[in-house]
Design a protein around this ligand. Sequence first.
Ligand code: ZN
Length: 165
Amino acid sequence: MHARPFIDSLDFASNGQQISGVVLVAELSRLADILSDTAGELSYTIHGALDKHSVPKLILSLDGGCHLTCQRCLQSMDYQIQVSTSVMLRDQATLDLLDEAEVEEEYESILADAHLDVLNLLEDEIILSLPFAPKHDVGVCKAAKEVKHQSDDSHPFAALAKLKI
Ligand SMILES: [Zn+2]
């Protein structure tokens, strides 16, 4: 098992550094709790940069697969995680100001931590990106097929069709 990565976030952003790696879904315990099982892995890349107002930011990109629970049939379904987002790094005073003013920003702001837990940040962003009520496509979902079948039977001509056989 490789060491859990941490970055000095402000330094990382100011110097335009980059980190990338692969993480197992099983290592992300809060995420794993939401999923139907802990199978799957994700590859990630984080770039540090300054935005046009010189605010330090982290540009995240994540790609991988996991299994969600379909909310129609409660069976496992494949889900492709693809996240491309940025987070702005702010000090606590600025975070408080933004919070009080209820400023709507394009990207989320987080505390500029000198010991930022990379996997924890990735996990937050993945959880935010997951659909609220995931469902299989109708053609694939067992529950959806059963519903369709029942409605076919209730059709007046369905009885006639059976008589012909
Ligand atoms: Zn389903």
